[in-house]
Design a protein around this ligand. Structure first.
Ligand SMILES: [Zn+2]
Length: 264
């Protein structure tokens, strides 16, 4: 397995120069260092030949076999993830959790909230989102760890309007345990569009490094899978103690559950 690890930026920048040397020749490097163009990830006029980004993607696929990924969640049962894998979004599971957590509210209110999101139910079915940098989940997207899936959060937020009384989103903080799963996912599990986006980011990052012309390239790509991640691909999990809370001005959320029965 040759793992691509976005967080090891120094390493993958050095690797580019090796596995893509047939495309990114020393002559090309000298030209880029002299001209210092803006090395965008959505416009490769700065590189020759015209299809350099596609050629680079092929070299990337030849070199790496897997992508290091992180998935943030607030599972009710960490063990089920380790047994069944990280499953793509299931509206049935989310709906069951929603009905259980808000069982004390009128059924009509719950039905109405679910009806309002029927489009989302079908458009997100089976999808799974991963980030390539663990710290992103703690610093910028902490809501997945603090309150669970965006879908159930949206349902709870909708209830606040349908059945006034409390901020129902806060109830989601009383169930489950904030968890980051690490998985090493084979490249061919990702849709082509996702890998094209990633390899363009890598190539752009390399260009900015070589030219010293920094375009503010630092955010971790978010990739979408249209399939589950099997248990064998899960490399570990953690329960971060401190998480920045996007729903409260990025103040610090202290996680009271930093261990589960499956921690090693
Ligand atoms: Zn654990």
């Amino acid at each position: 397995m040759v793992l691509f690890d976005w967080a090891s930026r120094t390493q993958w920048l050095a690797d580019v120069q090796n596995y893509a040397s047939s495309l990114l020749t020393s002559k090309t490097v000298r030209r880029l260092q002299k001209q210092r163009p803006d090395c965008w990830s959505d416009n490769f006029d700065w590189l020759q030949p015209q299809d350099a980004d596609s050629l680079f993607a092929e070299l990337f696929y030849d070199h790496y076999s897997h992508i290091r990924c992180f998935h943030g969640a607030r599972p009710l049962d960490v063990g089920s993830y380790l047994t069944d894998g990280i499953l793509g979004q299931s509206s049935n599971t989310i709906e069951a959790t929603f009905r259980k957590v808000f069982a004390d509210l009128p059924k009509e209110s719950l039905d109405r909230a679910l009806d309002e999101f029927s489009d989302r139910k079908s458009s997100e079915q089976g999808k799974l989102w991963v980030l390539l940098e663990e710290k992103e989940l703690v610093q910028h997207c902490g809501h997945y760890l603090i309150q669970g899936s965006e879908y159930v959060m949206a349902l709870a937020a909708s209830l606040c309007r349908i059945h006034r009384g409390e901020d129902y989103r806060l109830r989601l903080r009383d169930i489950g345990i904030p968890t980051i799963f690490e998985a090493h996912v084979p490249i061919d599990c990702f849709p082509d569009s996702q890998m094209i986006s990633l390899t363009r980011s890598v190539l752009s990052g390399w260009g900015q490094f070589v030219t010293g012309n920094d375009l503010g390239f630092n955010s971790s790509p978010c990739l979408v899978l249209y399939r589950d991640i099997e248990p064998a691909l899960i490399a570990g999990h953690t329960h971060p103690a401190r998480i920045r809370d996007p729903h409260f001005g990025f103040s610090q959320y202290s996680n009271p559950k930093v261990k589960c029965d499956h921690c090693v």
